[in-house]
Design a protein around this ligand. Structure first.
Ligand code: FPP
Ligand code: MG
Length: 355
């Protein structure tokens, strides 16, 4: 018996998924309400709550420490885009929640594992407005909790209806790890910088979007052509998502983002807005910050202004929009449906979001 049938969706899951439920009285950022509306219109809100409940149940461990740190991570929420993509992909085909709930949960568990480890590597103090696991506990706990989530993801894959789903996620994790260890080292020449940036972005973000879409389509008994098309949609969507993430690091509001803005510059991480700004013209302020290992806050603020003034943010957003148009084109083989509409709306959300 599939585990999701054994529980009802409780207030805990609904609370964790405040993002998903457009409560009339709740003060939600407009973008969050937007994504909740998309899920609602596609009729997947209850099924996403079932995924959330599954994540909460799975995060219970014999170890009180692991239970606490896992629950802390799951409850910090997120938009659950990867789970939603798996559900929506399955809805394009032959939809049964018991077939797709485990692949959907796998995507979120892999994502959670990667973020706990990433925050440890980056020594980030906050994510989504909450203190990170290594800060609340310590580095060892963060390492173990990431591993624990990864093992939970493997368990969900094993419950999935088709072994191809295990292959998609296993390959995605291999690529994520490779991407994490592939920094963008060159800011010029432009071609080299772009090649390095797109390799890293594809590896660290787009492949998991792609795998979640393909896994959902397999769970929905899609054809090879449909699985391929959805995978391409996911890859373009994921790349655009990461570009917007990198743009928000320059223009986002710290309170809305739930993490400090300007972090990439502070840590010397080269992203698309910076690459395009440097390609647009030489700026002494920008070169000064690129050469500094620990820039002060005034320098970071000046560099952000320079990147915006040189058109780096606008050009990066143009690129994100180009990818979103291409992502939507991949959906052309599917007939109109509520899920098809939601996938198009999600693509628009990705470039309009401020979270
Ligand atoms: C976020 O990048 C990082 C990732 C999406 C991938 C991190 C991957 C690992 C740490 C490898 C381990 C993987 C698994 C599956 C256990 P970022 O630092 O640019 O973004 P941020 O601002 O959200 O932190
Ligand atoms: Mg990070």
């Amino acid at each position: 018996m599939a585990v999701y049938r054994t529980h009802t969706t409780g207030p805990e899951a609904e609370h964790a998924l405040g993002l998903l439920v457009p409560h009339g009285t709740q003060q939600l950022p407009s973008q969050t309400a937007g994504v909740a509306g998309i899920f609602h219109m596609a009729g997947i809100t209850d099924d996403l709550l079932a995924v959330e409940q599954l994540l909460l149940e799975r995060s219970r461990s014999r170890s009180a420490l692991i239970s606490a740190a896992s629950a802390h991570t799951v409850r910090s929420g997120g938009k659950r885009l990867r789970a939603a993509l798996a559900l929506l992909a399955a809805r394009l085909g032959n939809y049964r929640l018991e077939w797709v709930i485990h692949p959907a949960a796998s995507a979120e568990l892999i994502h959670a594992a990667s973020l706990v480890h990433d925050d440890l590597v980056d020594q980030a103090a906050r994510r989504r407005g909450r203190v990170t696991v290594h800060t609340r506990w310590d580095n060892d706990v963060a390492l173990m909790v990431g591993d624990y989530f990864f093992a939970l993801a493997a368990g969900e894959m094993a419950l999935s209806p088709d072994p191809r789903i295990i292959t998609f996620y296993a390959q995605a994790v291999q690529t994520i790890v490779e991407g994490e260890l592939s920094p963008v080292t060159h800011i010029t020449p432009l071609e080299t910088a772009l090649a390095q940036y797109y390799y890293k972005t594809g590896a660290k973000t787009a492949v998991l979007f792609e795998a979640a879409c393909k896994a959902g389509m397999v769970a929905g008994q899609g054809s090879e052509a449909e699985i391929t098309a959805l995978g391409r949609y996911g890859h373009d969507l994921g790349t655009a998502f990461q570009i917007v993430d990198d743009v928000l690091d320059f223009v986002g509001d710290e309170h809305t983002l739930g993490k400090p803005a300007g972090n990439d510059l502070r840590q010397g991480t080269i992203t698309l807005p910076l690459i395009y700004a440097v390609a647009a013209g030489s700026s002494p302020e920008l070169h000064a910050i690129i050469e500094q290992s620990q820039p002060d806050e005034t320098t970071v603020r000046q560099a952000i202004e320079e990147v915006i003034a040189l058109g780096g943010v606008n050009r990066a957003m143009e690129e994100a929009r180009r990818l979103i148009v291409r992502a939507i084109d991949h959906l052309a083989i599917f007939p109109p449906s509520a899920a098809h509409r939601a996938l198009i709306d999600l693509a628009h959300f990705v470039i309009e979001r401020d979270i």
